[in-house]
Write a protein that binds this ligand. Sequence first.
Ligand code: SAM
Length: 287
Amino acid sequence: MHYPVMAEEAISLLAIRPEGVYLDATAGLGGHTALIARRLTTGIAISNDRDAESLEMARGATAAWAERVRFHQGPFSRIADAVAEAGFRKVDGLLADLGVSRYQLTAPERGFSFLTDGPLDMRMDRSTGMTAAELVNHTAEKALADLIFELGEERRARKVARALVRARPIRSTLHLADVVERAVPRTGRLHPATKTFMALRLAVNDEPGELDSLLETGPELLAGGGRMVVISFMSLDDRKVKVRFRELARDGRVDILTRRPLQPSEEEVGNNPASRSAKLRALEMKQ
Ligand SMILES: C[S@@+](CC[C@H](N)C(=O)[O-])C[C@H]1O[C@@H](n2cnc3c(N)ncnc32)[C@H](O)[C@@H]1O
């Protein structure tokens, strides 16, 4: 069963008009796109993801509303193309549900998880860019340590980087998890490789740069009265969203609809524990 995170809150804040144009920047498994598309009559949902496999799943999940959905493969840094290629200049709403999907996390061949063995890939778009294996096997030790420290907030990054460099070539997800576990013992609840995996994933997909791009371009794509809803799962991401939204509000261009970020209900967290760290922020472009 796929539960789109904070679906009710997101859909209600998008204030969908049946004849409007909506951009789901993160199609994933198509959960949110389906909820948007079913509310449209003559309107269009543009469903974007940089991951081709995810787009195919989203296509399946939204087949009942196929005539109202246009798909686009691309990163946030090319999100304007998704709108232009669907034949529009502006949208009435934009939704971004950041991070990776359950499918990406649990498919061993995608290499995002150390729960099962798989190739060390981690690219959301498998047609381009450097894999996590190329990154760990070819980055200088100091640069690797900095990356794990900064993106993974891993205090023991130097030890981790040294162990990884000594164990090269790192061949798979479990190999990497094993090397990290030997280098830094478990302290709390988290597996010792959790932060290293997070850092590599963020670096491989340039997630920080991509979010900056989305926060820059997204508001430009909104028509007057259009709304933008962002769901993030990491405090660094939520902070960026907050800062950018406040900047736009200070410039008098938008109204912020969520003074504090919304969080999932206890019931949702009970049904879908992965939603527990979600924070949702929304704004409305002035007329
Ligand atoms: C949490 S999932 C979205 C789940 C979706 N809302 C649903 O209901 O099924 C995030 C999706 O965003 C995509 N994504 C993440 N960063 C992206 C980026 N910079 N550009 C385009 N897609 C991105 C991922 O490939 C993933 O499929």
